[in-house]
Design a protein around this ligand. Structure first.
Ligand code: ACO
Length: 323
């Protein structure tokens, strides 16, 4: 017996503290005008000292469970997609599992800004084979604690936040979801963040994003177009058949250039980068949750998610909302 999955609920959490571009410009040589015109970012949310990647994830998870009208005890798989976990171990997902009373497996998944869609694909495959009924998939990031706040080329881009979905066994049969995952490790040096396992001797302190901005930008535009086209082609659909495109929120200019090439109407492309900056693995569920909260995502809608980022990695997923 083969099952399929559908999105049953979606939630989010953003720290209360907001940091504007003007505030960053007090510390490094930049301006609101430069940041906004190059990236579309005006503000980002910054975690309070007592908050952690896990605490953000728990808030988003609880919001998603409420949106899905199920309780934590009905969850039998928990995945947290993150590049900024609290610990090497325990996994943030285990701490979330305990906080919401979920059952079954729990683990973190690291595929940078593609991590959330990778996690969706994995959960979908477990639902398809019947070993999972309800999966809690969370993207949670706390970049403000790993950024080099003296590096104006990277510190302006990122923010903290979390988003979550409940992906469940669908009541109706149907063709979707459809996923595609990809990677190209030869592009690894374009985007790096050191961790404990770098060669010794090393003066590299953990954290600190290093990025080739222009090359990453070109990669983002190309891959957003390619992945979208591939998922639609695989499913025999066109852009008109998609209700919501939820791209990774890396840079508004990447989103605008790619969606113009694809011919997507602006009103069907979700963007909240102005308010949150790039929240990496959290950006897709955070944008989706806002749209759900506004009551715009209706049962049967097709939602196309496209993640891309460090690795290099990319992933596309075409899913349905409550079918
Ligand atoms: N304020 C003012 N000037 C700046 C700033 C800043 N914050 N940052 C860089 N500059 C300067 C540079 O020093 C350079 O000056 P120079 O010409 O005198 O050398 C000039 O601006 C142009 O720099 P570029 O890097 O060429 O600027 P670009 O137009 O490419 O914009 C940006 C930079 C916004 C970072 C862009 O390249 C970009 O968005 N890239 C993609 C970022 C991205 O998607 N990252 C994904 C991360 S996802 C993940 O997986 C972690």
């Amino acid at each position: 017996m083969s099952y399929r999955s559908t999105l049953l609920g979606c939630g989010k959490y953003a720290p209360k503290r907001v940091m504007t571009n003007d505030e960053i410009a007090l510390a490094v040589d930049t301006s609101d005008e430069w940041i906004f015109t190059r990236t579309g970012i005006r503000r980002r949310h910054i975690a309070a000292p007592e908050e952690t990647t896990t605490s953000l994830a728990i808030e988003a998870a609880r919001d998603a469970l409420a949106s899905a009208s199920i309780n934590g005890g009905e969850i039998d798989l928990t995945i947290v997609a993150t590049s900024t976990p609290d610990y090497g171990f325990p996994a943030s997902a285990c701490l979330v599992q305990d906080a919401v009373g979920a059952h079954g497996g729990a683990f973190d998944l690291e595929a940078a800004c593609s991590g959330f869609v990778y996690a969706l694909a994995l959960a979908d495959s477990m639902i398809r084979i019947g070993s999972v009924r309800n999966a809690l998939i969370i993207g949670s990031e706390l970049y403000s604690r790993v950024l080099n706040w003296q590096d104006r080329s990277t510190c302006i881009l990122f923010g903290d936040g979390a988003g979550a979905v409940v992906l469940s066994r669908a009541a109706q049969p149907g063709p979707l979801p459809r996923f595609t995952l990809g990677s190209d490790g030869s592009g690894g040096p374009l985007l790096t963040m050191y961790n404990g396992g770098v060669p010794e001797p090393s003066n590299a302190t953990p954290g600190g994003v290093r990025m080739n901005g222009p090359e990453t930008f070109k990669f983002g535009v190309r891959i957003l177009v390619d992945v979208t086209e591939q998922v639609l082609r695989d499913e025999g659909l066109s852009t008109c058949d998609v209700d919501w495109l939820v791209p990774h929120q890396a840079n508004q200019r990447i989103i605008t250039a790619a969606t113009k090439r694809l011919g997507f109407a602006d009103e069907r492309v979700l963007s909240n980068i102005e308010e949150y900056g790039n929240t990496s693995a959290a950006s897709i569920p955070l944008a989706l949750a806002e749209c759900v909260e506004r009551g715009e995502v209706l049962p049967g809608h097709r939602v196309l998610t496209v993640g891309f980022g460090a690795g290099l990695t990319w992933a596309g997923g075409l899913l349905t909302w409550r079918t």
